[in-house]
Design a binder for this molecule. Structure first.
Ligand code: NAI
Length: 417
């Protein structure tokens, strides 16, 4: 007799590294009975032993999930990285083991946009140098060089999640928004797209970067681009450190061509608090330097908890892999009076035919089927009408199909194996 669908109360969730309580609350709200939260990161044998009976694992950036560690999680269904980056996880090993990994790429979008807008106001008022001066006993009470941001032109490079969010709040403050993106984007509100980066640089009173780190964006702003900016304009980078040639920025600031800057990300950032931070921008009084904290707010942490937990619950409850970073994405409708079989396999010819044959040989009617492949793995979800008798051994036969990585099934009221 095949094992019954595992009730949610028996699914073990392990959250490491002090993940925000919002994640625990979400699991509990969805009926998950066993959610353990651990303060620290685990490693080596301790981590492997702890993983043995865990179905859903949550980590942040300090838990290293190597191929070895992942393989020790015999029951591991899915992993949530409660952060932005996922390079602490061997993503291809996880994929080959049939483990989708989820993260929270957009939970801190608003936090970055808010900081950037605040810094723009500070730069236009000359606050960095005045604050510095006041700490040293200066009393620079002049209006010279102190301006409002209203009616000034903000040039946003990269009109993605952060860029477009910033566009809205900058416009609400009365700024005129110009943006440049390599992809055609819908302009929000009264924002106007620029045909080229150079067109944007020529008109902006302040330029702010919100592009990803790619070979094309490496050093995309250097000496030549600073020259194309208006004299006296401001410059901000809270995207990725590699995008800007920092010595060239330091020169442009020293020459007075750029009137001030705010920089949150650097080509080389200290690995931890014990390592000293060094930059050619240090000592320049019109520069705001921040230690890569654009997205670090309490709200963002809470959002990350909810966002990643939601994706893990969706995968566990209905098989949806939308938003997975290492896996084919399948968005699934809710189930109605069906049994849902999930089959992860190596992407080889013939697997689908065998799956279909398995159902038709039992005269089982398929209500819906969802398939995605990527050349390495395939993920097919088959809904069949009614509550298929588990004794029919379908799952066992699915698992016996050559190339199978793992199988799982759910009844209508979501209960997982
Ligand atoms: P996103 O992917 O939503 O948007 C990026 C946009 O840049 C896209 O619209 C893309 O088409 C565009 N783009 C790509 N290459 C370009 C190029 N060469 N020229 C112009 N546009 C280009 O990304 P999101 O979420 O808006 O993040 C933007 C950046 O902010 C990323 O680099 C991310 O790592 C960084 N970030 C920094 C944080 C911090 O703490 N400072 C926190 C969160 C994100």
């Amino acid at each position: 007799m095949e094992k019954l669908s595992l009730p949610k109360t028996k699914i073990k969730v392990l959250l490491l590294e002090n993940i925000h309580k919002s994640a625990v609350d979400l699991f509990k709200r969805h009926g998950y009975g066993s959610v353990e939260s651990v303060r620290d990161a685990l490693s080596g044998d301790e981590l492997k032993a702890k993983l043995r009976d865990v179905h859903i694992l949550g980590i942040r950036s300090r838990t290293k999930l190597t191929k070895d560690v992942l393989a020790a999680g015999e029951k591991l269904l899915t992993v949530g990285a409660f952060c932005i980056g996922t390079n602490q996880v061997d993503l291809s090993a996880a994929k080959r083991l049939g483990i989708p990994v989820f993260n929270a790429p957009y939970s801190n979008t608003r936090s970055v946009a808010e900081l950037v807008l605040a810094e723009i106001i500070m730069l236009f008022r000359g606050i960095p140098q005045r604050s510095w001066g006041a700490h040293e006993g200066e009393w620079d009470k002049t209006v010279k060089g102190a301006r409002e941001i209203r009616n000034k032109v903000i040039g946003i490079v990269g009109y993605g999640h952060i860029g477009s969010q910033l566009s809205i709040i900058a416009e609400a403050m009365g700024m005129q928004v110009r943006f440049y993106d390599v992809v055609e984007k819908l302009a929000i509100g009264n924002a106007t797209p620029c045909r080229s980066l150079d067109d944007l640089l020529a008109v902006a009173d302040v330029v702010t970067l919100h592009v990803p780190e790619t070979p094309e964006t490496k050093n995309m702003i250097g000496a030549a681009k600073f020259k194309k900016m208006k004299k006296g304009a401001f410059f901000l980078n809270a995207s990725r450190g590699t995008v800007v040639d920092i010595p060239a920025l330091a020169e442009a600031l020293k020459s007075g061509h750029i009137a001030g800057a705010a920089v949150d990300v650097f080509p080389k950032e200290p690995a931890g608090p014990e390592e000293k931070f060094k930059s050619p921008l240090q000592g320049l009084r019109n520069v705001i330097l921040t230690p890569h904290i654009g997205g670090s707010t309490e709200e963002a942490q809470a959002n990350i908890g909810g966002e990643v937990a939601e994706k893990l619950v969706k995968y566990s409850d209905n098989g949806s892999t939308l938003g997975a970073v290492n896996f084919v994405e399948v968005a699934l409708p809710p189930q109605f009076n069906t049994t849902r079989f999930m089959h992860i396999h190596r992407d080889e010819p013939g697997v689908m035919a065998k799956i279909s044959a398995l159902f038709s040989s039992r005269e089982i009617n398929i209500a819906g089927q969802y398939l995605r492949t990527d050349g390495e793995i395939g993920y097919v979800v088959t809904d069949v009408i009614g509550r298929v008798q588990v004794g029919m051994g379908i799952r066992k036969d699915l698992a016996a199909i050559p190339g199978t990585v793992r199988t799982r099934f759910l009844y209508e009221a979501p209960r997982n194996t």
